[in-house]
Write a protein that binds this ligand. Structure first.
Ligand SMILES: Cc1cc2nc3c(=O)[nH]c(=O)nc-3n(C[C@H](O)[C@H](O)[C@H](O)COP(=O)(O)OP(=O)(O)OC[C@H]3O[C@@H](n4cnc5c(N)ncnc54)[C@H](O)[C@@H]3O)c2cc1C
Length: 342
């Protein structure tokens, strides 16, 4: 675990944002608004909000219009496209869960972690298939039949789907399922990863509130993970999947993002780059509208269960709640299997 360093980029300047002292020195807000901001976060953290109240209404009421326009609206818009109908409960839950880790963040060795889980499962005679894109699901005689793009077919008694709801709806046509999943919309994102010979910035996490950039946030991971050789930059832009940017070629995106990275990272130069990757994620985040409803873990279709972070609102969209939802579904199935064998 390392000390986390958040910075806001606003009006061409970077502002440290890690403590109450930083907030009190935060020039983009007036002294009065800095105090109101602190009060708003504390109030949201301890009192929460209601799902039906929008970010705009809640922030304007508790923090004031200036705070909404200067800080919160640009932040929420950069994630969800708009802040008008986004639930304020997401914001207050995020403050609650993130405040406990604000100064301590760490990264697991995911490859090692997954390999470890794989080993345990294989020991229990679990068969794991990877790289199987499921293109159709049919329910027949109380079984689920899954068809994959490489023409494999899987027949199962129990199904836990972790596929994003819009995809599941497309490949499994069923009105009952539709009624559980229909209202969930997603936003896409474009991520970039740049591996460099040297560290490119002293800032770990820059949250970019300037609209002239596409990248809403950039990280220099070598400030967090001391075992990284050289530097590792990560940046992201959330977009609509139909937008021109999302549909641009990787070489166009590379040009656009590199230009921004040169401006955002103070020590970045072209000849420092070892590798540059663009990754597009179609279903990057559910959009938490004020009428958002978590689908059930156990659907009305016999032996069909749902898991995924989209079921865990208002918990923040991170790996923890996603894993938790999978664990919950797996426990329900195991319980049922045990009951059936008694
Ligand atoms: C840019 C970005 C940065 C993030 N950073 C962090 C972070 O630092 N820390 C953190 O904790 N969380 C982070 N998150 C959040 C975290 O990644 C998610 O909360 C988590 O991955 C959600 O898990 P999930 O299983 O619900 O969905 P997903 O991870 O989206 O899993 C859904 C899976 O379904 C698969 N799938 C889709 N269609 C099909 C199909 N037809 N057939 C078979 N499979 C299919 C997809 O390939 C995917 O693997 C980040 C998310 C994004 C987008």
């Amino acid at each position: 675990m390392e000390k986390c360093k958040y910075w806001f980029l606003l009006s061409g300047k970077k502002y440290r944002f890690n403590s109450i002292l930083d907030l009190l020195k935060f020039k983009p807000l007036t002294p009065i608004d800095r105090i109101r901001f602190g009060f708003m976060v504390l109030y949201g953290k301890y009192r929460g909000s209601r799902k039906e109240i929008s970010v705009k209404d809640w922030v304007e009421k508790v923090g004031g219009k200036r705070i909404y326009h200067r800080i919160i609206n640009p932040l929420v818009v950069s994630y969800f496209g708009s802040s008008k109908n986004i639930s304020s409960l997401y914001l207050t839950s995020r403050w609650r869960s993130e405040s406990s880790v604000i100064n301590k963040l760490g990264y697991i060795n995911l490859y090692y972690f997954l390999k470890k889980i794989e080993k345990i499962l294989v020991k229990r005679n679990v068969v794991i298939y990877t790289n199987k894109e499921i293109v159709k699901i049919v329910r027949k005689n109380n079984k689920y039949i899954l068809f994959s793009s490489d023409n494999s077919i899987f027949k199962v008694d129990y199904l836990i789907s972790t596929i994003p709801p819009p995809v599941l709806n497309n490949i499994f046509h069923n009105d009952v399922l539709k009624s559980h999943l229909n209202n969930i919309c997603y936003r896409s994102c474009i991520s970039l990863i740049i591996n460099t010979y040297e560290k490119s910035s002293e800032y770990y996490w820059i949250i970019n509130l300037e609209r002239k950039y596409n990248l809403i946030t950039v990280f220099e991971y070598s400030n967090l993970c001391k075992n990284i050789d050289g530097g590792l930059i990560y940046g992201v832009k959330y977009v609509d999947k139909n937008s021109k940017l999302y549909n641009s070629s990787n070489s166009t995106l590379k040009k656009i993002f590199l230009k921004e990275i040169y401006n955002l990272m103070e020590n970045m130069e072209y000849n420092k780059i070892i590798d540059f990757r663009i990754i597009k994620i179609h279903y990057a985040t559910p959009i938490y509208f004020t009428n958002y409803k978590n689908p059930p873990i156990k659907t009305k279709l016999k032996n069909l269960y749902l898991a995924g972070v989209y079921r865990k609102f208002p918990q923040i969209r991170s790996m923890g709640p996603a894993l938790e939802s999978g664990y919950e579904a797996a426990c329900l199935v195991t319980k049922k299997l045990e009951k059936n064998t008694l």
